[in-house]
Design a protein around this ligand. Structure first.
Ligand SMILES: [Zn+2]
Length: 355
């Protein structure tokens, strides 16, 4: 087995800048310009799928507004930036569902919601002078979890915004916000990230080439997911094991022992089938040109050959094996029989592409 080049440490939070969001299009350049010129609006709504970079962009905007450096904002070094990234800036109010204001602890009320009391408390705080004499930032994460009274209370504040306060609403589901809230914000929808850009950012974090390719294969254009997964050793060990047991299996005689190994772990079998499906799908996505070939690092040569040469129907047939296995599970076929059949099918395809 090839030695992983990956560093074994959690990523230090990288201070992103606007240039990291270039792939998000011209809206980002306009945003950067207005922040630089001090002509920013009083409320931003950042929306997009999980891990697409909403919170990272929020941090770039907030730190740019709080940065006291004259030239490159955010500089990452001035007291404004440092306090912001430390979570100690006195003019930042952060609201999260079930946590209230500036807290990591669960509150008793509204476990998974942002309740009206929290918004009222925030409104009172923004009515006072800022500590540093600069801008105050109100960050509302998972903003869609504001319940209706909370949304109405926020709306009133957005209608008559206090001076020097910038609201940042972050959400995966903007459709759950009042349309009147949305219309009072500058809405910035974020799109899935370009693979080349994710690759560059992972490289800057010290992630080795092989792991970068594998991560891009599974993160679906989400930079947040990519940064998290690249360092999740447990995930990769499990995946490698499943890859070796199911896709890289060499002898038919091994099928029985692998199936026997999994048959007693009944509650794990659905997750196992999902991973096998994901592994097979990646061969197809590489064939389609949607993923780079190094995604298949760790796959036997036959799969890489298939990714280069095979045609659509070969892949639909292969993906069908997992659907069939799922169907057999529903029909109460024993796990042992389901897995043996699946492995025989996969091996059949693999043999066809072995050189
Ligand atoms: Zn700074």
């Amino acid at each position: 087995m090839k030695q992983q080049e990956t560093v074994n440490r959690a990523p230090v939070e990288k201070i992103l800048t606007f240039s990291d969001f270039d792939s998000q299009g011209s809206a980002m350049r306009g945003l950067h310009r207005t922040l630089r010129e001090g002509t920013y609006v009083h409320a931003y709504l950042l929306s997009g799928a999980a891990g697409v970079g909403k919170k990272s962009l929020m941090r770039v905007i907030s730190s740019t507004l709080l940065c006291t450096c004259e030239t490159e904002k955010p500089c990452g070094k001035c007291p404004g930036c440092v306090q912001y990234y430390d979570g100690t800036h006195p003019d930042v109010i952060r609201i999260r569902p079930g946590k209230g204001i500036n807290s990591d602890r669960d509150t008793e009320r509204g476990k998974d919601a942002i309740v009206v009391d929290t918004i009222r408390q925030m409104v009172q705080m923004v009515g006072e002078h800022t500590y540093t004499g600069g801008v105050r930032i109100v960050e509302i994460l998972e903003a869609e979890k504001m319940n209706p009274p909370a949304q109405n209370a926020l709306l009133k504040t957005l209608e008559e915004p206090p001076d020097n306060t910038v609201f940042m609403l972050v959400t995966e589901k903007p459709n759950l916000l009042l349309p009147t809230i949305i219309s009072r914000c500058r809405h910035i929808p974020l799109h899935p990230w370009d693979n080349a850009l994710i690759d560059r950012i992972l490289r800057e974090q010290g992630v080795g080439e092989e792991r970068r390719g594998q991560t891009i294969g599974v993160c679906n254009g989400s930079i947040g997911v990519a940064l998290q997964m690249a360092f999740d050793e447990e995930y990769w060990q499990r995946r490698e094991k499943i890859l070796d047991q199911f896709l890289n299996l060499r002898r038919r005689s091994d099928i029985f022992s692998v199936a026997a190994f999994w048959k007693d772990q009944k509650e794990e079998i659905d997750g196992l089938l999902t991973t096998v499906n994901e592994l097979l799908r990646q061969v197809w996505l590489v064939n389609f040109g949607l993923l780079p070939e190094n995604t298949l690092a760790g796959y036997d040569a036959a799969w890489r050959h298939m990714a280069r040469e095979a045609r659509g129907e070969d892949f639909t047939q292969m993906i069908g094996f997992v659907d069939k296995a799922r169907q057999q599970r529903l029909n109460q076929v024993t796990p042992q029989a389901v897995l043996e059949q699946l492995m025989l099918n996969i091996m059949g395809v693999k043999t066809k592409w072995s050189t």
